[in-house]
Design a protein around this ligand. Structure first.
Ligand code: FAD
Length: 499
């Protein structure tokens, strides 16, 4: 093992970020590194963050976690995508579904053929050519081989899970790998006089926990990266003005839908995340347009079932730490930045940060170029996700003052270019740092009402009759396949119901 790999790592915080990090480091670094996690029961965790994207499956696989065991233990359900209801205008809805849309027939991307057919009035909605979209809307789930036709694509999926149960699951896993847990309130942080590195954290009962490398998973408090090291925060409120959320769980109501729902309201939006044993709900809003009381009343008036707890208001500032890695501290999770949960990206950002730590060390004495590259990769990843979220707000046709203000927000240059390229002729290019695929961007661009003015020459050359016939065949093929799947509720009951 590299001699620079830290011999002792202290993780500050035991929320989703802290325990995901502890589980991964415990698994990959094993006995060579002492790993300690400090968390405070008195402070607790943020307790939201229950919708994921398909990459979470790779995290589980890398750790050797059995998917069925994980689903049962966390009350999880399957997620095939996100429905955006009312985001373009009231009454309109589309899905950002995982997986492919249409079929590649070796003559250029499907979007060119679809957009031409759309302009000619021959196409169904884009989602009608996605297996995941069709299955989500039909409440179906199936993760095995295609049933009716082997040419039908597989269904990539993610999960909705109970954040508390997930942290507890990972805690058991990490402790079994030798991670030491210390419960207590950190009241002071020691630093080396010469280097400024953090040397230890002090708990309220006098315990001192040292480490060569510290991972700051202290949540929105950003105890080490912010309070101790004073690393600046790039505030993106001028691009994404929402700064509050109010969350409440409620009793489940049938059917058990295999997707996250995001419903736009006069101000902001509401999430609905169905779990096996309850449904998670919350409103994201901007306090300049809506008071906490109004947001709470609006949330409670739009639940599937009886609330199971008191609503809780959470304040946040959208933005990102100027450096995720400073001195011998790496920030992860909410301590590193915040992007609202519109595309369920925060848990993925934790996973991505863990992967980056493993790629670069984990060392406490990096060369300047290593730390700079690490920080640039993080900043680029955050900025691309920010652009994707801004797109949902900016491209709207709603009449309320909040949405009109969103239409007038300044677009980041990177996003303005992306939209212009797509609008002109359906061009979509994926940057290396972009989490979302071309198909992901396509669904949201089209869903938010942006249609290319022209298609490429091959798509323009196909006869109208051939184009219409091909699209009809594709839709019929995918629909027949989805009709053969069990319902999401049946699938869970048969394979992975929580005890
Ligand atoms: P926390 O859960 O806040 O954990 C912080 C930890 O630090 C706790 O253990 C706390 O005890 C400890 N701590 C803090 N100070 C001290 C101290 N002085 N001494 C000792 N310990 C201390 N992400 C998604 O991917 N999907 C979603 O659907 C989603 N929805 C969200 C909805 C909302 C409203 C919000 C705000 C976030 C959402 N997120 C979502 C983000 C997600 O919740 C977080 O990324 C995830 O929970 C990680 O949080 P964390 O571990 O960084 O912080």
């Amino acid at each position: 093992m590299d001699s620079q790999v830290a011999r002792s790592i202290t993780i500050v915080g035991g929320g989703t970020a802290g325990w995901m990090c502890a589980a991964a480091l415990g698994h990959f670094l094993g006995e060579n590194t002492r790993i300690t996690l400090v968390e405070s029961d008195a402070i607790g965790t943020i307790g939201v963050g229950e919708a994921t994207i398909p990459q979470i499956r790779m995290f589980n696989q890398a750790l050797g976690i059995d998917e069925t065991d994980f689903i049962r233990a966390t009350g999880a359900t399957f997620k095939l995508g996100i429905e955006f209801a009312g985001w373009l205008r009231p009454g309109h809805s589309y899905l950002h579904a995982f997986g492919d849309v249409g079929r590649d027939i070796g003559l250029g991307a499907f979007r060119h053929f679809w957009s031409r057919a759309h302009r000619l009035g021959l196409a169904r909605p884009l989602g009608d050519y996605s297996v995941n979209d069709l299955a989500a809307r039909a409440g179906k789930m199936h993760d095995g081989a295609p049933v009716t036709n082997r040419n039908v694509p597989q269904m990539p999926h993610a999960f909705h899970f109970d954040a508390g149960l997930y942290a507890a699951y990972l805690r058991r896993y990490a402790q079994a790998k030798g991670v030491i847990r210390e419960e207590g309130l950190i009241v002071a942080v020691d630093r080396d006089g010469a280097s400024g590195d953090v040397t230890a954290v002090r708990l309220d009962d006098g315990r001192v926990i040292d480490g060569e490398l510290f991972i700051d998973c202290s949540g929105l408090r950003a105890l080490l990266i912010g309070d101790t090291l004073g690393v600046g925060f790039d505030d993106w409120s001028h691009l994404l003005p929402a700064n509050r959320a109010v969350a409440v769980p409620c009793a489940s109501a049938a059917p058990l839908t295999p997707y996250t729902r995001s419903t736009a309201h006069a101000v902001g939006w509401q999430w609905r995340i169905p779990l096996q044993h309850r449904t998670g709900n919350g409103r994201v809003y901007c306090d300049a347009f809506l008071s906490d009381d109004e947001a709470t009343a609006g949330l409670l008036a739009n639940l599937d079932g009886a609330p199971l707890a008191d609503p809780r208001v959470i304040r946040f500032t959208t933005g990102c730490r100027q450096q995720a890695w400073s001195h011998n501290v790496i920030a992860m999770g909410l301590a590193s930045g915040f992007l609202e949960p519109l595309e369920s990206t925060s848990i993925h950002l934790i996973q991505s940060m863990i992967a980056r730590i493993m790629t670069f060390g984990p060392t406490c004495r990096p060369a300047a170029a290593v730390r700079d590259t690490f920080n640039r990769q993080f900043a680029d990843e955050m900025a691309r996700i920010r652009d994707f979220i801004v797109l949902h707000y900016w491209a709207n046709e709603r009449k309320e003052p909040f949405w009109q203000a969103c239409r007038n927000l300044p677009l980041p240059a990177s996003l303005a270019e992306k939209i212009a390229l797509f609008q002109s002729a359906g061009h979509l290019f994926r940057d290396q740092s972009d989490l979302f695929s071309e198909v992901g961007w396509l669904q949201v661009l089209v869903g938010q009402g942006i249609i290319p003015a022209t298609s490429h020459a091959l798509a323009e050359a196909v006869s109208e009759a051939d184009l219409a016939g091909w699209l009809d065949t594709l839709h019929a093929l995918f629909s027949r396949e989805v009709a053969a799947y069990p319902t999401h509720a049946d699938y869970i009951a048969r394979h992975c119901a929580a005890p």
